[in-house]
Design a protein around this ligand. Sequence first.
Ligand code: ATP
Ligand code: MG
Length: 576
Amino acid sequence: MKMSKLFVQTLRENPSDAEVVSHKLLVRAGFIRKLTSGVYNYLPLMWRVLKKIENITREEMDRAGAQELLMPFVQPQELWEESGRWGVYGAELMRLKDRHERGMCLGPTHEEVITSIARDGLKSYKQLPVNLYQIQSKFRDEIRPRFGLLRGREFIMKDAYSFATNEEDLMKEYQNMAQAYKRIFKRCGLDTKMVQSDSGAIGGKISHEFMVITDTDAGENDVFYCDSCDYAANSNHAISKLPAAVVDGGFNKKEVIDTPNTHSIDELAAFLKVPETVILKSILYIADSKPVLALIRADKQVEETKLMNAVGANEIRIATAGEIEEIMREHGFDAVAGFIGPKGLNDINIIADKTVYDMKNFVVGINQTDKHLVGASLSDFPNIDKYYDIRLCEAGDFCPQCGKPLKVTRGIEVGNIFQLGTKYSEPMNAVYTDVDGKNKPFIMGCYGIGISRTAAAAVEAHHDEHGIAWPVAIAPYHVVIVPVNINDELQIQTANRLYEELQRAGIEVVLDDRDERAGVKFKDADLIGFPYRITVGKTITEGLVEFKTRQGEVMDKISPQDAVYRIIAEVNKILA
Ligand code: ATP
Ligand code: MG
């Protein structure tokens, strides 16, 4: 490809709406253009990258024994009613009506459609196990589309679904997919961590995520991991052991005392001169429009996904100040936020964290503004009768497997694997006939990879202040050849010869034939992120060129032939 013909427009400025590096660089380097919020055009350079990630994914999925198909992007409401998800999926599901007023949606994921395909096509245990996958655009009306391709509304996903007759085969396929994912991300030039995770709205039991570790804001997940063993988990699922802490407030007697204006735990602890560990924190949430009171030792935070799972809700949020006062009034109390507690809230679902179980002689709100009960004990609150783990881990907590201190880092989720069981097959009556002649629901798994998110994550992981530094396997082109002066006969001749030679060897080359200053061409080359650059300048009169890798290795006097051999050898090794 000649640079003069390549469809690319690099920009000097970062787009004003971009917060993270991959978004800035992909726009500036001419890979993507926004069409509307969370929806992007993939321009030619981007499309080359995406096709490479797709192809690596496809090769590894095929190698793992999965079969590719393609399902429709638009799906009928009826199918979503069969699974029960039409009512619960929420606003991310883009719903529409056709001209006959029939309900449809844009596919955010394809469990329903694939389950209907299996129901029609897989009749006997003899046909199982099977794994079917597709690579396709998805649409989710994300509440906060942001970070460019990392969280778009329309994005490209590889989604695979497995069908088995028993848990053991599901587990085998799950492991098989985990191995395929490791190969896929490695081939893409990405380091990933496989971490335990919550199975979220999609449901199911065991699930893992593949995270690209990053120390930037682009990592929307906190990952807790242990250096001493292999424990790694998303914060929404991570568990830990706690160091010993003071949990006895040492109050002489149980009494209600004035605690004026202590609206926060900080203020209350300072006022009473006690550690936070002797305070029982009560937080009112609204879970699927019902109030839920979460209780936790006050030095710890509630992890909302864990809380949501404990309640069995689909949506959860903290109650507003107004809602708190109203709920208090409904229960005969006159209290504002900061002073609430479990007292007398017998018809409200109370979810107590395990840290509460060990508390003695503690401080707690009693639904009276400007007052707290001190010297309280759990026997004062018979409505606290079950304990859950709803606690957010913190760095320094101890590993649940080996007891060493956990560390925390940020991660970008590029893929995940779920064990679904019969979550879809049962309600949708998707059954096969087993050896014993009985009809049984399929035991399913599902496996996703964000293709477009993976491309952006690669930029997050591989860039510097000058631009993108694509891993060779997913770079839009491998090499750029820059003749310094296109009016110099020898330079342009050499550049053309190298261009043809590399192309013949199957290397993807761009020849920067533009009549621009060398500095401009170098800037663009670094911004776009070609893994290799050959510069043909004055030294060509001595038969030498400059060879540079995007990683920063420079050989300023090398024979053109050596540069060509090195590139061919390295690219072929990576692509092999
Ligand atoms: P997230 O928690 O980041 O919203 P998810 O759990 O909703 O992800 P899945 O429904 O399992 O994700 O989708 C499979 C994969 O699709 C994810 O691992 C991720 O790589 C990708 N993905 C999900 N949502 C988006 C999005 N809005 N933009 C780009 N990629 C996405
Ligand atoms: Mg999501």
